[in-house]
Ligand binder design. Structure first.
Ligand code: AMP
Ligand code: MG
Length: 415
């Protein structure tokens, strides 16, 4: 057996990072930037009003107060998207809406609430008179050009994992395209002669297949483009053909099943003959067996990642090994997800004393103390998917460690 860290090192080394491409920035949520992004121009591009109000010359408002309002001549209204026709002169004001360019000559915008303009009398037409009920500081009510981003600023650094607000930032500087890592097309092929995939009647010895839907959905959450490759039987020659056509259309392929010690474990056999098999016995529980190899694709070598067939093992194996490998290929510098400290609310199942680190499925909730509390799910065997479905995290328990209620321990949060 090798420990998880070593297994990850070996796996990631075999799964090379893809080449960056030009991505449509609006569609790049979850993708990793391959290069810094600089702003070609100021954001906002011009001084504009932060309120609905009147663009004024503050010098005109000396002494303005509720009981001694200052009257100004209104030159008209400026909406967001239009510009004032002429500058503000002494004793004058433009009515301006939020986002409208501040007219020349004005050095502040006084908000409508501090004027005599009301809902019924909006005082925005040329020739209207508005009374201002307080003084304002120069610059008040104005968002300066470049106050969000200055021309030439680095707005986003290479290696940033794009989130929705980043897409907004890219749009705000007009960056329609960015250099980044695209979503991988990842095939899912499950193996097993016993598997029924259409929900139909089971014959003796058959089971409903459960890994495909789970893995396809996990891939979507991992920001990949899943490709459903269906169900393959345990015949080695047939599986070889299925994998050959899979690598023709995919950047990587996940399989489930067929990587254990069994006589007829076909994924292991195919990779052994054609893909430079790495067959790992990882010192974790569940998900000890993991096989991977690299098959020649049409353009580049395609990693084939062989997850174990037991559904809980497939889930844990995806989380701890496959997902990091795919994230590494897609440019993530930190592909491993989040581990935090949690508190056990109950004793955790006893260690097996077999040298493997347990990744116990645990329910997770934040307590009134603001800390993460975990409770083991009701079935920890690797076929008990229904129990594990309730888990929000994997409690990491080194072999030999007894965890009692109240003990602190690392918890890997499930994506
Ligand atoms: P294997 O890794 O192929 O030896 O499979 C281990 C166990 O997982 C066996 O009990 C299989 O029947 C079960 N299994 C394998 N693939 C699936 C699947 N796609 N859905 C549900 N159970 C599976
Ligand atoms: Mg099998």
């Amino acid at each position: 057996m090798i420990d998880l860290a070593e297994a990850r090192r070996v796996l990631l080394a075999a799964c090379p990072r893809i080449e960056p491409v030009q991505l449509d920035s609006a569609g790049a949520d979850g993708c990793v930037l391959a290069a810094d992004v600089f702003a070609p121009a100021n954001v906002p591009p011009f001084d504009n009003s932060s309120v609905d109000g009147y663009a004024v010359r503050t010098a005109d408002l000396a002494g303005a107060a509720e009981d001694s309002p200052v009257r100004l001549e209104v030159l008209g209204s400026v909406l967001a998207g239009s510009v004032a026709g002429r500058p503000v002169g002494p004793g004058q004001a433009w009515k301006v809406m939020t986002g409208a360019p501040v007219p020349e000559g004005a050095d502040a915008v006084v908000m409508v609430e501090r004027t005599s303009a009301t809902r019924t009398e909006q005082l925005g037409a040329a020739g209207d008179r508005v009374e201002v009920l307080s003084e304002v500081r120069p610059g008040a009510g104005i968002r300066r050009a470049g106050s969000d981003v200055r021309a030439g600023d680095r707005v986003l650094a290479a290696a940033t994992v794009l989130r929705p607000a980043h897409l907004g930032v890219l749009a705000s500087v007009g960056a329609r395209q960015v250099s980044g890592y695209r979503r991988l097309r990842v095939g899912v092929l499950v193996t097993g002669d016993e598997l029924v995939s259409d929900g139909g009647q089971l014959r003796p010895g058959q089971i409903h297949e459960s890994n495909r839907a789970m893995l396809l959905a996990l891939l979507v959450r991992a920001n990949c483009r899943p490709v459903d490759l269906g169900v393959a039987g345990d015949d080695v020659a047939a599986l070889r053909e299925r994998l050959d056509s899979a690598v023709a259309g995919c950047d990587a392929v996940l399989t489930s099943g067929g990587v254990s010690m069994g006589d007829s474990d076909p994924v292991r056999a195919v990779l052994d003959r054609f893909g430079g098999l790495n067959w790992l016995q990882v010192a974790i529980r569940p998900a000890k067996p993991f096989a991977f190899g690299v098959l020649p694709g049409p353009a580049f070598p395609v990693p084939v990642l062989g997850l174990p067939g037991n559904p809980v093992s497939a889930l844990v194996s995806f989380e701890l090994l496959a997902r990091p490998a795919l994230r590494h290929m897609m440019g993530h510098d930190d592909p491993y997800g989040t581990t935090v400290l949690g508190i056990a609310d109950a004793p955790l199942p006893r260690p097996h004393g077999d040298g493997r680190t347990a990744f116990l499925r645990v329910g997770c909730r934040f307590g009134p103390d603001g800390r993460l509390h975990v409770q083991p799910v009701a079935g920890q065997d690797s076929h008990q998917l229904s129990a594990s479905a309730a888990a929000g995290g994997l409690a990491v328990v080194e072999d030999g460690r007894r965890v009692e209620a109240g003990d602190e321990l690392p918890v890997h949060l499930l994506s």
